[in-house]
Design a protein around this ligand. Structure first.
Ligand code: SF4
Length: 365
């Protein structure tokens, strides 16, 4: 049964130099309307699949480039098509886009969770990231969303920016702790190939902090948040009690979810499949009443086991010990080095273990 629906909104007002998500820079209401029609038509192509819908997640791109009414229209269309009421509906919001009135209208449309792309509370660092918004925008967006009745607010942070210091991370966290925030996602800045940032790093015109500094930043974020009641339930995500992101947990726990829209991914009936990344081709396919899928991977038993290890280790609760039979000696060594904990028949990563999670996963797989 499909438990979550992801809706990709592929529009941004500016392309950030580090971004490798599928998005185009456009602000055209007619195109937005055409796109909404297309995603709802795409969803209807799956209407006979089994749904037990609990979450909807609007990601992007910049979903908040759309007026709240349009997001409400998609949500309404989803509810009518799958005939169920999701309990968690998240919209990703850029800090410079929505204010009190828009948040209120979002709330009235049934959206009960927002994820704000704050990235950093230092204007100097926002410039280094090439972001459009200011720290003032972020503070205002968080405050006004909360006042408008959205109590479940998540913020995204980025660490490992050129010139960023450990002090600045600490300052970010001190600002954060005073805000009505229930969930934090913190990601290390990555210079993906094919992005302007990737190119700058390659040409040695942008310098990411060294590994030791970035690791220190992660450990500071982790201990600061944990001490203040935000539990790290996944490698990059911390939440107050009962505020874990249900939708994202479905990904890591390998529950079935459907992604609609350009470049959206799905996992249903042991298959992972991805949509076309080009907007015009996507719209054309939908017009022709064809599913816009361009990639399908069948997950066999072997692949399933690998996924269970890789995804499960990202979670705080870890994986069942019997999934990695034969690796006892390796695990004992990791335990002695303080990289994993083994208890109640489960293996989980310690904060130090998180820093080498890729190595540990690869060895266990
Ligand atoms: S706003 Fe988000 S999705 Fe859009 S370009 Fe920037 S990082 Fe990418």
């Amino acid at each position: 049964m499909i438990k979550g629906i992801y809706v990709h909104i592929p529009f941004c007002s500016l392309k950030c130099p580090y971004c490798d998500f599928t998005s185009i820079t456009v602000d055209n209401q007619n195109l937005f309307k055409e796109y909404i029609k297309a995603v709802l038509k795409e969803l209807r192509m799956y209407r006979n699949w089994g749904f037990n819908l609990q979450t909807v997640y609007f990601g992007g791109g910049t979903p908040s480039l759309l007026p709240p009414e349009m997001i409400g229209e998609i949500l309404e269309g989803i509810r009518n098509t799958v005939k169920s009421m999701p309990v968690e509906v998240t919209v990703e919001v850029n800090p410079e886009t929505y204010r009190y009135q828009q948040f209120k209208r979002l709330r009235e449309s049934g959206i009960n969770r927002i994820s704000i792309g704050v990235q950093t509370f230092q204007d100097r660092m926002l410039k280094m990231l090439g972001r459009e918004h200011s720290v003032k925008d972020s503070l205002q967006a968080i405050e006004e969303a909360f006042d408008a009745g959205i109590g479940n607010i998540s913020v995204d942070l980025i660490y490992g920016i050129q010139g960023q210091t450990v002090r600045e991370i600490e300052r970010d966290l001190k600002i954060l702790e005073k805000l009505p925030v229930k969930h934090v996602s913190a990601y290390m800045l990555t210079a993906y190939e094919g992005t302007p940032l990737g190119q700058l790093v390659k040409e040695k015109r942008y310098f990411l902090p060294d590994e030791e500094t970035v690791n220190e930043m992660f450990l500071i974020i982790d201990s600061f948040l944990e001490e203040r009641g935000f539990l790290r339930y996944e490698i990059s995500n911390w939440a107050k009690t009962n505020y874990q992101c249900k939708h994202n947990l479905f990904y890591w726990e390998r529950e079935e979810f459907l992604g609609i829209g350009v470049s959206a991914w799905s996992f249903v009936k042991s298959k992972r499949f991805g949509n076309i990344k080009n907007l015009s081709i996507y719209l054309k396919r939908i017009k022709e009443n064809k599913k816009p899928v361009e990639f399908v991977e069948f997950i066999d038993a072997d692949e399933e086991k690998k996924e269970k290890i890789f995804l499960g280790l990202r979670l705080r609760k870890g994986i069942e010990l019997n999934l990695v039979k034969g690796k006892e000696e390796f695990l004992k060594r990791l335990e002695n080095e303080g990289l994993v904990e083994i208890r109640n028949g489960r293996v989980c990563l310690t904060p130090k273990g998180v820093l080498v999670s890729n190595y540990i996963s690869a060895e266990l797989i």
